[in-house]
Design a binder for this molecule. Structure first.
Ligand code: FES
Length: 136
């Protein structure tokens, strides 16, 4: 079987697409925890769930009015029969859906989300991309 040569893999892992920022290797983010990255001058919280899915949200907690979400508690909650991964603010404990940024306790409130990817290769580098447009 032929696959890509080692140098091809390295080249791919080193490539950072335009508009994306390198955060850190996946293993530097605690499971069910988060880290903060600076993206375009904004503090972004990057989370890793129990199944190694990564999500990126603004770090700013609109209820607690502080940049703290990366220190929140990651978990899952069943919403309408569906498992939803969330982060609960370390301040007032509101929970935000990690996929959409929507507050599970108050759907009127939403935290901005960012595109995020884990690169192939042994380091599994985490990259954060542009801020997503708000889905309606
Ligand atoms: S068991 Fe904790 S996020 Fe799934």
């Amino acid at each position: 079987m032929t696959g890509p040569s080692t140098s091809d893999v390295t080249a791919r892992a080193d490539r950072v697409p335009e508009g994306w920022v390198t955060v850190c290797p996946l293993d530097r983010i605690p499971v069910e925890g988060g880290v903060t990255a600076l993206v375009d001058g904004a503090a972004v919280a990057v989370f890793r769930t129990h199944d190694d899915t990564v999500h990126a949200l603004s770090n700013y907690d609109p209820f607690g009015k502080a940049s703290v979400l990366s220190r929140g508690i990651v978990g899952t909650r069943t919403v309408d029969g569906e498992e939803v991964a969330f982060v609960a603010s370390p301040l007032l404990k509101q929970a935000f859906d990690l996929r959409t940024g929507t507050c599970l306790d108050d759907p009127e409130v939403r935290v901005p989300t960012y595109d995020v990817q884990v690169q192939r290769g042994s380091e599994r580098m985490v990259l954060v991309g542009p801020r997503r447009r708000q889905q309606t």
